[in-house]
Design a protein around this ligand. Structure first.
Ligand SMILES: [Zn+2]
Ligand SMILES: [Zn+2]
Length: 139
């Protein structure tokens, strides 16, 4: 992935929310929990942990939050125009956000090094070799 050039632009499906990712994500994980299956309308969702200082958003976002199993608040920002989820955040940990990286223009970035909540994984999905796996939430 050495030839990936930053900043990388991102946008929701309708284009009302745009952003620039200035530096590589700290970590990329695929989450197989049931909540992420609902969110992604697929078998898992992909999250890129990004330093808040490494990303610049523009466009109005709406907000929703839920209480996670571990007691943390999961805040979610989404586009009011198309409903695309843009990122998640923990209000008690403002230095990092969990970007939904499928909105990036250069999708080569989106290679999970970690698969989590594999206890709720769809049986037909085979985890690729060489990645870390966790039955639940490792962090
Ligand atoms: Zn949109
Ligand atoms: Zn999940």
């Amino acid at each position: 992935m050495n030839d990936i050039q930053y900043p990388i632009k991102g946008a929701c499906q309708c284009g009302k929310v745009t952003y620039q990712l200035l530096a590589p994500p700290v970590m990329i994980a695929a989450c197989h929990c049931k909540q992420c299956q609902k969110l992604s309308t697929s078998a898992f969702s992909i999250t890129a942990m990004v330093n808040t200082n490494d990303i610049r958003f523009s466009g109005e976002m709406h907000e929703w939050s839920r209480l996670a199993d571990n007691g943390n608040t999961n805040g979610a920002k989404f586009c009011p125009g198309c409903g695309n989820r843009i990122y998640h955040f923990n209000p008690n940990d403002p230095d990092k956000i969990k970007l939904k990286p499928s909105t990036l223009s250069d999708s080569r970035v989106i290679q999970p090094s970690m698969h989590i909540w594999t206890c709720e994984k769809q049986e037909w999905f085979v985890i690729p070799p060489g990645v870390d796996t966790y039955e639940k939430q490792p962090f």
